[in-house]
Design a binder for this molecule. Sequence first.
Ligand SMILES: [Zn+2]
Length: 289
Amino acid sequence: MSDDWKKTNRTRQILAAAEEGKYGVIAAIAYNLEQILGLVRAAEQARSPLILQFFPWAITFSDGLLVRTGADAAHRASVPVAIHLDHAQDESLIRHAADTLPFDSIMVDMSHYEREENLRKTKELVAYCHARQISTEAEPGRIEGGEDGVQDTEGLLASMTTPEEVDAFIATGVDALAPAFGNIHGEYGPAGPTQLDYERLDAIREQVGGRVRLVLHGTNGFPPDVMRRCIAAGLSKINVNKLSLDDYYAHLKERVGTAPHTTIIEEGIAKVTAQTVEWMEICGSAGKA
Ligand SMILES: [Zn+2]
């Protein structure tokens, strides 16, 4: 099989440029149309690349409609926007998504399996996605916690990524790795993400040696300096959820019942755009598209 598609795959192109330019690209979750529009408008306003992400929930609740809508918005955008499936944990859903939906990349998340099984399944699914010109991401180790829209993995022990695991995962052919270095899904608590293990992150990056891109998960409540530190450590795909959606939810809370629905929608889109532009500036991707 020819690997030529890898040169034009949108996610790969966006992340290769980010790693080269030493900036981070926001990979933001969208749960609805307002958020899709708000995120794409942020990318256009900031002249930044963007990765628009969906959880498997976005496929199942609407039979893929939200994903196809996101792809339509991405393809019409005046800056590079890739469509990514985050935390796909179900093998049949991954095959269905790769076969029928316009994803540029898929996170093949088999981290709920024990290591050998995780590696075997990852390798098989990476090949399946690559055969359909879709690039991939995997999670060596296990990031703690859960997010709205991801299958519950409660009860599974989190485990930090080791540099030894990195080689085993790269051998699966995967395009990007999401290391567990103290980052968690969900909330860090009042002190913020103080438990991040930067030494481990440095060791992982050294072991990776530029062979695959590195992805940051679990950024809820990150202050800008922590974000910049993570990007300086070589993480180029920056998954965000609440960092781009907090203001939107606060807006709904305040305005529902007091303003016309169309106004609430338009103002909500503007909230997502404004908050996301700020993070694009912090991550250094603004002006790079
Ligand atoms: Zn995640």
